[in-house]
Write a protein that binds this ligand. Structure first.
Ligand code: GLU
Length: 304
């Protein structure tokens, strides 16, 4: 018998949710619940400069308002540092971690053109430092910590985007696992938490598609299972940009002035091609209509 689906919501509490976040949450919920599965909630509040507890509370109220429930207690990444530190030590023990002393400007200068998502590919400058050079640099700077990636192409089959491949060394490069201020990177935390929380289905925006090869590789290094992945098209602003927190009129607080929860859910379900018309619906009512085959693959304009 197939394993029961266990999905997750993984919002970053750096502000109020916007339409794009609701879209991911609704579809992650429908994917898990329509398969009779569970869904857990993790608040990705790793970055103390950007995340606040009041935003976490607001996100939970907003999910409830929409009619999206979750199983068990919410998990806060800010409380899970010990698990990330253990995974970090494990990779360190495998000889894969090295300190990087480059400043942001040096990192950019030391980068090959570009990764598919627009971030720079680090050329491994600090991987080649001698012990003396490291000791010297440590006197004046606190390093960030990178993981050394192998010459390896990672391939996987996405539930929606189908076959995806990435040459880790050339298209991604050695990436940061811990910032110079000690904060563990998203890429490490997400892998550790998905495994500990028993998540076997990750549904999220296509902006994270290019992070998936890194995460699959880290899972292998840490002996963790691979979840299945479904990367959703992004909702775009009318000028073609992807929605961001600064698109205030698509923030949930504003949307609530205009729409009821079923109206908003109906609008998103129609954009997801689950319904013929943008009629009001509850998430529950959409359960029998959900299927991966119906969803669009390409980014679409945000419904209004
Ligand atoms: N916390 C991320 C975000 O809100 C999502 C991370 C993930 O789904 O892996 O964009």
């Amino acid at each position: 018998m197939a394993e029961a689906v266990r999905g997750r919501f993984a919002p970053s509490p750096s502000g109020r949710m916007h339409l794009g976040n609701l879209w991911s949450c609704l579809l992650a919920w429908l994917a898990a619940r329509s398969a009779g599965g569970e869904i857990v909630l993790r608040l990705e509040d790793l970055d103390p400069d950007r995340c606040r507890r009041e935003y976490c509370d607001q996100i939970m109220r907003d999910l409830e308002w929409l009619g999206l429930d979750w199983d068990g207690q919410p998990v806060y990444q800010s409380e899970r540092t010990a698990s990330y530190a253990a995974a970090f030590r494990e990779l360190e023990g495998q000889g894969l971690i090295y300190p990087c002393f480059c400043t942001r400007a040096e990192r950019l200068a030391a980068s090959a053109p570009h990764q598919s998502d627009g971030t720079a590919v680090y050329n491994g400058r600090c991987a080649r430092l001698t012990a003396e050079e490291r000791a010297e640099l440590s006197k004046s700077r606190r390093p960030a910590w990178r993981v050394r990636v192998p010459e390896k192409t990672i391939t996987f089959c996405d539930l929606l985007q189908k076959n995806y491949r990435e040459d880790l060394k050339r298209e991604c490069g050695d990436f940061i696992l811990r910032r110079s201020d000690g904060v563990f990177a998203y890429q490490l935390a997400v892998v550790v938490d998905d495994a500990i929380m028993g998540v076997n289905q990750v549904v999220r925006g296509r902006d994270l598609l290019s992070s998936t090869p890194r995460q699959l590789w880290l899972q292998d290094r840490l002996g963790l299972p691979h979840p299945e992945y479904g990367h959703l098209p992004l909702l775009l602003a009318p000028d073609g940009r992807r929605l961001a927190k600064r698109d205030r009129d698509l923030e949930l607080g504003r949307l609530q002035e205009e729409y009821t929860a079923p109206q908003l859910v109906g609008l998103l379900a129609h954009a997801a091609r689950l319904t013929d018309r943008p009629e009001a619906a509850t998430p529950q009512e959409l359960l029998p209509l959900f299927s991966w085959e119906k969803l669009p693959k390409e980014n679409i304009e945000a419904p209004r």
